[in-house]
Design a protein. Sequence first.
Lengths: 231, 345
Amino acid sequence: MLDVHFLTKRFGDYWALRGASFSIRSGEVLGLVGPNGAGKTTLLECLAGLLPIDGGHVRGDEPLVPCERRDVLFYMPDGILPWPQQTVGWTLRFSAALQGVTEADVEEVEMALGLGPLGPLRVARLSKGHRKRMLIALALLTPQPLILLDEPFDGLDLRAVRDIGPWFRSIAATGRTLLLAIHQLHDAVRVCDRLVCLNDGRVVGEGTVDELRVRAGLPNADLEEVFLALT
Amino acid sequence: MRSPDAGSWRLLFGKERRELASSRAWLVSLVVLGPLVGHAFITAVESHADMTGSAGGPAPLAHDVSPLAVVVPTFQAYVVVASLLYPFVAIRLVSSEKQSGALKLLLQAPSSLGTMLAIKLLVLVLGWVLAWLPGLAALALWRSYGGQLAAPETAAVLSEHLLRATLICAIAIAVAALIDNPATAAVITLTMTLGSLALDFIARLRGGVALAIDLYTPEFALRTLERGEVRLSLVVITLILTLGALLLAWVWLSPSRTRRQRIVFTLPMAVGVALLLFGAAQLHQSWDLTGLAGIPPAGERASAYSGYPLPTEARSAAVIFYLLWPLVVLALWWRSRRPRITQTS
């Protein structure tokens, strides 16, 4: 679906991305894992065209410039609080209408994420977990085939994670692709088809958990050991 | 690439309208305008009565009193609010979306950044026109008391107030786009608006270089129009500065540009705007509206002002500005705070 080739990004003298390369396949849930400061958020923002890249390129059938990438992918940042003075219901419907998504889709996503009763609440009044659910809803109420979600499970309780994980997989089964930046490894393993392991701005492993074990040379290890070995 | 449909305009307009309505800075501006305009109006009527002798005393200045003697001072309240308060309203509309992360979502929507900025400015200007209600009420009261209004001159003064507010909003949007911290953006914008007022004051006192620069300030344009003179150059200069500020905001809010690229875009743009301003300053066409107003010539004004409104009549209207207007604004604001879920426009 998309190939990321040698993306580099520098903030002054600090290299946030040092030639990150990986591929995204259509209809998969791809996990982007890595320690703090590995460059996960920077990578997503570069892919979305919200940060200028210093080198490398992103290509589908042919190289895509940032404004073309916005037709293909939508990025939902972590920790944002859009339009805090407006209600949840209005925010979802405004964003969906702007993206050309129907009211029926809004109601379906609201139901799936349990946001219906929160409709009249102002966004600023939401708890951390409810904010995260609203951000996931905003991300999915878009027409792009590829959705990038930064820390989609951060702030969610165990029940919510267990509900939303399979829902993500069912969305991927319909042909949409999800790229999830996750720092909780057990969440990543539970939800994702493949993982991209990022460390210090470089991709140090890409594939299924078994493929990562082979790459790390630890065929019987659990993912935490594999992750530590790779990073 | 996905292209925005006409509905995007409506949606973005509705969003900006809701954001403006929920802005406490706008609420404060609206509430404050009532007493400010009321005080300015009552003082203007008292001064007019003193100058024309309509209150029964001598009329030492009746021959020279301007037909805009009430309009201009009444609307001076708007100069104060446009310079000191309204920039905060404009900055909030940009900075809140930058800080909350909403801008990152909007930049991925099919609508262009230019469209979003234009709609922001449009909503701010319409909000400013709504804030004219106390001023227009004062003019209506003046007419109802029997006072005379020169329509072309009044329209010219109002147009300049509109242009001035549009320019200030555009500057505030540009500064908010350039600076991430809204407090710093506010300080810079206030420095520009207050600096412009100070420059105009110094230019009037001393002339020289200050006067040459003052030609490009909205204060100079406003003062010229307050004399009933419309100069094409001043209107064009204000419009160029407004468009230049919007263009600056567009350059600095566009994602996927490095700081260096933004500076590279900004420098030639600044030179281009400067050249356009210099060219606009060479336009000499102007219109004198005083002859169109149906106002008596200066020599005949003294008799024309007999029976004009008395200060006591104006003072009796104070309750409208000091009490009724703030209460109506607060009541409407409170009503608008009721959650509405399904409305997206």
